[in-house]
Design a protein. Sequence first.
Length: 400
Amino acid sequence: MTESTTKKVKEPLFHITKRASMPFWKAAGIRVLSVLAAVIICSVMSTILIGRNPFAIFGTFVKGIFIDPWTLLQDTALLLAFGLAIVPAFRMKYWNMGANGQVLMGCLAAIYCMINVPDKVPGGVVIIIMLLAAIAVSVLWAVIPAIFKALFNTNETLFTLMMNYIAAGLVNHFCYKQTKYQKINIGIVNLMSKRAWLPQLGNKYLLPILIVALMTAFVFVYMKYSKHGYEIAVVGESANTAKYVGINVKKVIIRTLVLSGAICGVIGFLYAGAISHTVSEKTATLGFTAILIAWLGKFNPLIMIGTALFVVVMQAGTGQINTDFSLGSTDFSNMIIGIVFFFVIGCEFFITYSIKAAGGWKEFTAKAGKIFKRKKTAETAQGAGEAANETDRQTEDEKK
């Protein structure tokens, strides 16, 4: 027998396999335990770093959640809207990292219309022009990488990411030019006249929330029940399978990014007409957080409502802790949010995958015992050797 055939192949200690499914009660239990573990760790860290009673810190966290409910709901709606914009592309495994830039360009187009459309045009018409311009520019910004992906198979991740920086540069140039190259912030547009501002339904928060609710329902129905949604799912599973069954993959890619761009255009329009009434490179910054809430929501728009609310609640609560305890920077709140996300994402791993010891846990514990026993034996032998060397040195000293 050759050496290669007699050589023993080492088995891995663990095997990680994807689960077929997990009972709902068990998955819910894992999620609850992960949140409880995160709360305990955060309580200990907060007590150590701030030096205050963890119950007082938790009370401040809850206070931050309920101090301004309308702002909380609006922030949730905006984060959800960003998530809705990337869901169609991500379901197709087109990794659209350019939501920030697409929203930014839509907001820029809407602000440009607010400033430059003649005063003779009625305010309602200006709002329609703003909406159409925002959607058109955002769609263009989203479709450019999609065309290159469809025709030349370029890397959409890098392409869309770089488009964000170009969008930020264009916005900065617009702001400098608008202020005659004096500053980068143009301020609130039409502050006194409120021309081309969206009307308020009771308060300034309700209309954007309702618009996002309608978009959520539309995306859910589109993805689950329409032919286009089915084609997106097939392309996401396998582009080759989609081609085999007669789906035009290039057309699906471009059409899907038109939808994503249109949603980003509506978000930019809401920023300009109802939320900030201005534009800067920091106007749209939720695109990457939206990836998290979309993934946690399994790319289901209805579940994403809960994940978006969860993220915004965490931000509001930890922000209040920063304020009340005069922590200055946001480092503490970012640390707390990071710990919670670590446990939440970790629990999803254990729900999706099963970890099994090679040969069973009984054999694994036996192997682990042998390893520790071997280590202990080695330490004992090392100690005996050192003792023998010391004895030899003493003997030589006595002879001298």
